[in-house]
Design a protein around this ligand. Structure first.
Ligand code: D5M
Ligand code: FE
Ligand code: ZN
Length: 468
């Protein structure tokens, strides 16, 4: 390994002996040599380039009534179709009307005497999932693609398993074949829109982004001491702490305050019964963040402003003026798509996760990153309509995950969880609020007081715990 390198071999051996000698039976490993021969990183300037790629704030129109929802779903269908069009199997997509026509015209297909396209061929349809009926022995899925509605069944275990992870109202592709010897069509496979395995964008210099969410300032359970410890750390300049100096960005994923009247009897759990005071307190805390760190803030369901998704930025009013006065702070809508030193970050508070966790077998509040993966697979941040997540009747569906993020940052669940999915770093950034009565009744065990720090040059996450 040392051959051919411009290094003083003898000096390196002496150095290794010096390091290893104190330990009994020490073994010299490749990494020991690597750390000695690798050139010391020069103090290259760490870049800080932030671009907002997408912010719903100026686009939120809030069309009213059923008409609005028709347009919303149509937009979901069309935007996701454009995503699917980039895949080779999309060439085989047939319209539901055409499939029905063929089935009708050729009764032999229904009798299973002929295949849909001739021998051995299957057919693919793509549309919004209108219904999902999973029974002990089979599953029936109904798809709407705006040319018609089609139901298909399967008894195969793998298809049933895949079907269980589908969210209602999401876009999906079904590969169909004719049902051997019986009428109707069988689902051969389910194809999710999904994200491709990709080469993520990385920062050229070693800059760090800190991901946090769910402060809940104003709540009795807001962990002020731990949060102040975190803020102190951001301002610290210990020579041993190589990372803190290189923190260039701080992403705040919503629920800055606990708000008022968000859930019944909330006032009993509040320290400050005034949203203005809560906001002002939150702004005072964020004002302690060193000014060389760029702060990006999106709202959550507890913040001021509209509740339905997509949420515009926390409105600029007298109460929130202090936020807008912070020169290093940018207020964005929820969801927001930003680029930090070239790394694409999708910031989303995470309201839609409640419905995903409630309806997907095997998911729980203890593993929010798993639920976030379901959203990436559906290429939608809140697919399920009409349950817990309020969705606004916009003309355009701004919750479609149009571009593949390098980092997907959410909060809302109050449990810190980090995973890698197809080279996207999936982060739920936990909370700064200890367990509330509501969470206790729901069996949610939060992991508060944690900040997830990401090296933007490698996308490696580091979890910092401020509970000690
Ligand atoms: O959410 C705090 C916690 O409560 C988080 O784990 C999600 C859960 N939660 C919030 N709203 C709901 C609904 N509607 N159903 C089930 N679980 C929920 P926070 O937004 O901070 O109140
Ligand atoms: Fe929260
Ligand atoms: Zn929330």
């Amino acid at each position: 390994m040392l051959k051919g390198l411009d290094v003083d071999v003898l000096k390196i051996i002496q150095e290794i002996i010096k390091i290893k000698k104190p330990a009994k039976n020490a073994v010299i490993v490749v990494d020991d040599i690597k750390t000695l021969i690798e050139p010391k990183k020069q103090d290259v300037p760490v870049e800080q380039k932030c671009t907002v790629l997408n912010d719903p704030t100026p686009n939120v129109t809030s069309a009213e009534g059923v008409e609005g929802y028709i347009a919303l779903f149509r937009s979901r269908f069309e935007k996701t179709m454009r995503i699917l069009a980039q895949r080779p199997d999309s060439k085989r997509i047939s319209k539901v009307s055409a499939v029905k026509q063929r089935v009708k015209m050729n009764k032999q297909i229904e009798r299973g005497e002929k295949n849909l396209h001739g021998a051995g061929n299957s057919i693919i349809i793509a549309g919004l999932l209108m219904s999902k009926r999973i029974k002990k022995n089979d599953v029936e899925l109904t798809i709407d693609d705006y040319t018609g509605v089609l139901s298909a069944v399967s008894t195969a275990e793998d298809v049933k398993k895949q079907a269980s992870t589908l969210a209602l109202d999401q876009m999906v592709m079904l590969e169909l074949e004719n049902n051997k010897g019986r009428p109707g069509l069988t689902i051969k496979s389910i194809i999710m829109p999904d994200i491709p395995d990709h080469l993520p964008n990385k920062s050229k210099s070693e800059a760090y982004a800190v991901l946090i969410s769910d402060l809940h300032v104003g709540s009795k359970y807001f962990m002020k001491n731990e949060f102040l410890k975190f803020l102190d750390w951001l301002s610290s300049s210990s020579p041993e702490d190589e990372i803190v100096k290189k923190i260039k960005f701080l992403c705040v994923g919503g629920d800055l305050i606990d708000g008022i009247g968000i859930f019944p009897n909330q006032d009993k759990e509040l320290l400050e019964i005034d949203a203005a005071k809560q906001m002002s307190h939150a702004a005072q805390l964020l004002a302690k963040i060193p000014k060389h760190i760029k702060v990006l803030v999106i709202p959550g369901n507890h913040d001021l402003g509209r509740r339905a998704l997509p949420q515009p930025a926390i409105p600029r009013k007298t109460l929130t003026e202090q936020f807008y006065g912070l020169e290093n702070c940018t207020m964005l809508g929820n969801p927001a798509f930003v680029e930090l030193n070239g790394v694409k970050v999708l910031m989303y508070h995470g309201q839609g996760l409640d419905d995903i966790i409630a309806t997907t077998p095997g998911l729980s509040y203890s593993k929010p990153a798993e639920a976030m993966k379901v959203l990436l697979k559906a290429r939608h941040l809140a697919p399920i309509y009409g349950e817990r997540t309020p969705i606004a009747p916009e003309q355009e569906d701004m919750m479609v995950i149009t571009e593949v993020p390098d980092i997907f940052h959410s909060g809302h669940v109050h449990v810190a969880d980090v995973q890698n999915y197809r080279s996207t770093l999936v982060v739920n950034s936990g909370a700064w609020q200890s367990q509330t009565k509501f969470q206790q009744t729901m069996g949610i065990m939060p992991t508060p007081g944690i900040a997830v720090v990401v090296n933007l040059a490698t996308l490696q996450p580091i979890v910092y715990d401020f509970n000690q």
